[in-house]
Design a protein around this ligand. Structure first.
Ligand SMILES: Nc1ncnc2c1ncn2[C@@H]1O[C@H](COP(=O)(O)OP(=O)(O)O)[C@@H](O)[C@H]1O
Ligand SMILES: [Mg+2]
Length: 329
């Protein structure tokens, strides 16, 4: 029996999964014979065709390396679209992470979301299942299946059904109370995603405060910054108390710097900047066998190591071996 084909070039290799609204297949282009694998997303329920069209439209408008592109589509009796195949983990499988690693990913997630906002598109369904890593470990946003175009008179909300995952959606989207959708619904979900990345848990309460204090929960004072500067400005009930995704990203960049300066000061006994687990210890360097060449580009001569003295001190992490060098004059 021949493999199932879609359109005049796509052949199924295997089913990859099943989302709420779709079947996901790995396919290849049988006309090219190059064996490259793509993902085909096929709509399950034809009643959702309008949303599927929106998803295709968003994917075509949002040209960003961290947003899954639409490479081909069909709206015939079996609607589908083709996108790139990403082979990294879903965010769902990454947590818990060290604060710096979580911030690093968070900053990268904010980028494509802020880009979508700049084009008038709200994702509305940001959650760890809808974000996947690419081959360079950059997070890519999938599934604009329930996105919202701010400049359109959006018919889809008239069905008044709840959209989005109940664990990650903003409270005003619950029960289809989606009268005024603003970009801040994505800020809310991003705050919850950051919490998930840090703890591996789903944020239980709608308001960040006391008992759910992230730093108390994890016994890690580094997380105070994140609680106060990101969660308190995103995972809150009132949309107008949430800051924009671009502002969340800027906060995360600031916090990353503060954490480096305060918690990873690069001294003997401080926590490792790289793995966050080990502590720095003195490293006794034997420089005898080390050749340090000094290139002098202006007259293109190379001096011998003897002309060049580098006095330095080094520390190394007890766990991962990360080395930090300091020049001493
Ligand atoms: N481009 C892709 N590359 C790799 N895996 C994908 C891709 N698109 C979807 N998937 C997998 O399929 C799942 C469902 O896809 P998604 O687009 O979220 O569909 P749904 O709208 O049905 O939720 C994802 O959580 C992911 O595991
Ligand atoms: Mg999904």
């Amino acid at each position: 029996m021949s493999a199932k084909r879609y359109g005049n070039k796509w052949e199924c290799i295997e089913q990859l999964g099943e989302g709420g609204q779709s079947h996901i297949f790995l396919v290849k282009d049988f006309t090219s014979g190059n064996g490259e694998v793509y993902v085909l997303k096929r709509l399950k329920n034809l009643n959702r065709i309008e949303r599927f069209e929106q998803e295709i439209k968003a994917g075509m408008e949002l040209n960003h390396l961290q947003i899954a592109p639409i490479l081909d589509f069909s709206l015939d009796e079996k609607p589908y679209f083709i996108t790139k195949r990403y082979s990294g983990s879903l965010l769902t499988n990454l947590a818990p992470l060290q604060p710096l690693q979580a911030l690093e990913i968070f900053i990268k997630i904010c980028d494509p979301v802020a880009f979508a906002h700049s084009k008038g598109i709200v994702h509305r369904d940001l959650k760890p299942d809808n974000i996947i890593l690419d081959e360079k470990d950059n997070p890519v946003i999938l599934d604009f299946g329930i996105c919202y175009f701010t400049d359109e008179n959006n018919r889809l909300t008239e069905t008044m059904e709840q959209v989005g995952s109940r664990f990650y959606i903003a409270p005003e989207l619950e029960d289809g109370r989606s009268i005024s959708i603003t970009y801040s619904v994505d800020s809310y979900s991003l705050g919850k995603i950051l919490y998930f990345l840090l703890t591996g848990k789903i944020f239980a309460r709608e308001n960040y405060d006391g008992a759910n204090d992230l730093s108390a929960l994890c016994k890690n004072p580094q997380l105070d910054y994140i609680s106060q500067r990101i969660l308190a400005k995103s995972v809150v009930n009132k949309p107008d108390q949430r800051i924009s995704v671009e502002a969340l990203k800027q906060e995360a960049i600031t916090i990353r710097r503060l954490l480096y300066e305060h918690f990873y000061p690069n001294k003997i006994g401080s926590q490792c900047r790289f793995c966050g687990e080990g502590v720095y210890q003195p490293l006794n360097l034997n420089l005898d066998g080390l050749q340090v060449w000094n290139y002098v580009q202006s007259n293109a001569t190379i001096r011998s190591p003897n002309d060049f003295r580098l006095r330095c001190e080094a520390i190394a992490c007890s766990t991962c071996g990360n080395i930090q060098w300091f020049k001493i004059d």
